[in-house]
Design a protein around this ligand. Structure first.
Ligand code: ADP
Ligand code: ASP
Ligand code: MG
Length: 402
């Protein structure tokens, strides 16, 4: 008997008709003799709506209460899906996170699943379909915690490990992982199979089809995944540790994100220890600095330091910099209208000239590069946000992905 984790995202359970459709997919799988654990997201738009409610009360809504609030979205879809299955004559049951319980590390709004009691559900699986909410768990002291946006993917992967499932299928509103977002660039191509490494880069650089921490966990425990469509029967994309990567293409995909901001400190004293003095307090406040560039000025006594951070951290970061007594600078400039565009591909390792081709292509479109960062299998640039799609389209074409 095959034990399967089937995860259904927000659009897949976005209305009653869709929930009934999902119930039919599950019924078919269950009637084929599989043991089924379905993991569900909140109905599409629900989590955003709940966040908007919290903002009407406070911009700094209490994190513990935020988790109590946000976890309710998944509770609704769990019950509706279980009800739809029961209506189809299938013995189905939903469990809430604390009834199982699903244990997390307790970090409010950004928790990680660390363990769960699988016995109750395991013993139910021979008689029916289990429905579990994604995106949540409880801390050691019983507080509800959520896993960060898109966190139902992370739940599905964690459950695949903890239940020792034979398969983990991510049902969503596209029929697989594409060379770039197919809803924005229609010439994007479906990728049949992709390695964990490449998928991890793509998701952490903005391809939200899989949440990056879910891919990281899958890679760590070698849990193969399949991303497939709730709305068509086509084969999806297999994500796994495959040795026979197709190196014929240097670039596998293009990703972009619009959640970065750039800060430049102008006229900073140029002496040892200055960079450490700038970044130490940011690190203490858990502000993640991504790219850093330093330009030496003509008098070589001062320097300009540019770095990028997440856009949501911008006001906190400028406040920390302004209150930092250990650094002196002439001025500070901020830009939150930037985006990060990245090319990803395991084939880049063995293909010379990829960097040059990327820069030349952007120059041909008159797109100015503000900052650059590289790793073995990715190349990212920060550019003006208004040029994002133009850059993605051009790179998609010149790296033969159309
Ligand atoms: P779910 O609610 O099912 O978790 P998401 O909205 O989180 O779905 O992710 C699916 C969306 O990811 C797609 O609708 C698509 O617009 C977007 N996306 C971004 N990059 C890619 C990509 N490279 N391949 C496929 N989809 C992508
Ligand atoms: N409902 C949560 C969100 O919208 C989790 C998820 O859908 O994966 O972020
Ligand atoms: Mg998602």
């Amino acid at each position: 008997m095959v034990k399967k984790i089937l995860k259904f995202g927000g659009t897949s359970v976005g209305g009653i008709k869709r929930i009934q459709h999902v119930a039919n997919i599950i019924k078919k799988e269950y009637n084929s003799g599989n043991q089924i654990i379905a993991v569900v997201s909140a109905m599409s738009g629900k989590t955003n709506e709940l966040i908007d409610f919290s903002k009407k009360i406070s911009d700094d809504f209490d994190k513990r209460e935020m988790d109590v609030l946000l976890s309710t979205g998944e509770q609704i879809s769990c019950a509706l899906l279980a009800g739809a299955l029961i209506k189809l004559g299938i013995n189905a049951r939903s469990w809430l996170n604390w009834q199982i319980p699903i244990l997390t590390n307790g970090q409010h709004t950004n928790a990680r699943i660390v363990n769960m009691n699988t016995s109750k559900i395991n013993s139910f699986l021979n008689n029916g379909v289990a429905i579990i909410p994604g995106f949540q768990g409880i801390s050691e002291n019983g507080d509800i915690t959520t896993l960060g946006r898109g966190g139902s993917d992370a739940s599905a992967v964690a459950f695949a490990k903890l239940f020792e499932a034979d398969a983990c299928e991510i049902y969503t509103d596209v029929d697989g992982v594409y060379s770039t977002d197919p809803n924005k660039i229609p010439v994007a191509k479906k990728i049949e199979k992709i390695s964990f490494d490449e998928m991890l880069e793509l998701s952490s650089l903005g391809a939200k089809v899989m949440q990056s921490s879910a891919v990281q966990t899958a890679m760590m425990y070698d849990i193969p995944l399949e991303v497939r469509s709730t709305f068509t029967d086509r084969n999806g994309t297999k994500i796994f540790e495959h040795q026979n990567i197709d190196y014929s293409k240097s670039v596998t995909g293009v990703a972009y994100s619009k959640d970065d901001a750039k800060i430049t400190l102008i006229g900073v004293e140029d002496r040892p220890g200055v960079a450490a003095n700038i970044f130490e307090p940011l690190n203490k406040s858990q502000i993640n600095v991504d790219m850093v560039i330093q330009n030496i000025s003509s008098d070589s006594k001062t320097t300009d330091i540019t770095f990028t951070i997440k856009r949501i951290d911008l006001s906190k970061t400028t406040e920390i910099l302004k209150n930092n007594q250990k650094i002196k600078y002439k001025d500070i400039s901020c830009n939150d209208k930037v985006s990060k565009v990245s090319i990803v591909g395991a084939g880049m390792v063995s293909t010379p000239g990829v960097t040059f081709r990327m820069f030349k292509a952007l120059a041909e479109e008159s797109i100015n590069i503000i900052a650059i960062s590289t790793s073995e299998i990715k190349l990212s640039v920060i550019i003006d946000e208004e040029n994002t799609l133009k850059a993605v389209k051009k790179l998609h074409t010149i790296f033969d992905l159309d």
